[in-house]
Design a protein around this ligand. Structure first.
Ligand code: GLP
Length: 254
């Protein structure tokens, strides 16, 4: 696991976008795992700007979304599908038919998750998986529990996750109570993982995930076992890790 400290959110987004673009440029038909939420939003903004400047093209690139709420139509502006359409598909030449999304509206969610895993396998697996981290250490919507889920599945959302995500809805009551998500195994099968973390509110959980025991009550701790995982954090997010005896690189080195 590589830990890279940057000054702020803007620099985190720029450095992460550079990593995404390197992956897209250096490979044919790159397969990206796409996170949503506040942490990766700056990355998508950088990718859209670079596309507008003619620096990058997403033709042939496939995307698999990390998670989706159950019960939200794709057109609902709070759906993660809508987020990815607004922030990646619409402002670039990323082809919407190359965006594979967990179907939170499926009658049979088990079958929908199985179909998603099959599509991912057909695409050859994920080359680079973008991640954020939830306040309780969740990745995707893999909530703290007694095991690491192996494949895409439906999950109930913890109250803390509902409250944390309520900022995007008219009220906490409007937040769906369950979701479909890549499993921990799905995420860990990605060839590369890039976790972006910003702000003092994530410093504690990031430090626990990186330096604590690997256990399913802190889902993100599993990333310690990944062969090629990079964490880019701003100064505030990295503040508890500093002084823990872990190697932290600065941005110039990557
Ligand atoms: C949500 C999403 C995760 C995301 C996390 C952190 O629950 N399901 O994919 O990483 O919360 O979001 P943010 O980056 O907005 O703090």
């Amino acid at each position: 696991m590589r830990l890279v400290e940057v000054e702020d959110y803007r620099e985190m987004s720029r450095l992460a976008a550079d990593m995404v673009e390197r992956e897209v440029i250096c490979r044919e038909n790159t397969v990206l795992g796409l996170a949503t939420g506040s942490s990766p939003l700056g990355i998508y903004r950088c990718l859209a700007e670079d596309f507008q400047k003619g620096r990058i093209s997403f033709r042939g690139v496939k995307g698999f979304n990390l998670d989706e709420y159950v019960g939200l139509e794709r057109g609902d502006e709070q759906s993660f599908y809508a987020y990815l359409k607004k922030n990646l598909v619409d402002p670039t030449d990323f082809c919407e038919t190359n965006l594979h999304v967990l179907d939170g509206m499926a009658e049979n969610l088990v079958e929908a998750c199985e179909k998603y895993e099959k599509e991912l396998a057909l695409a050859g697996g994920i080359d680079l998986q973008l991640l954020g981290i939830g306040g309780d250490g969740h990745i995707g919507f893999n909530e703290p529990c007694g095991y690491f889920p192996r494949v895409a599945h439906e999950t109930r959302l913890d109250e803390k996750t509902v409250q944390d995500n309520a900022r995007f809805f008219v009220s906490a009551e409007a937040v769906p109570k369950s979701a479909v998500t890549m499993g921990i195994g799905t995420i860990m099968r990605a060839r590369k993982i890039l976790l972006v973390v910003s702000g003092a509110s994530k410093a504690g959980i990031l430090c626990r995930a990186v330096t604590g025991r690997v256990e399913p009550c802190v889902p993100a701790s599993i990333l310690q076992f990944h062969m090629d995982c990079t964490v880019i954090g701003d100064r505030e997010a990295m503040m508890e890790l500093r002084g823990k005896g872990v190697k932290i690189e600065n941005a110039e080195k990557i």
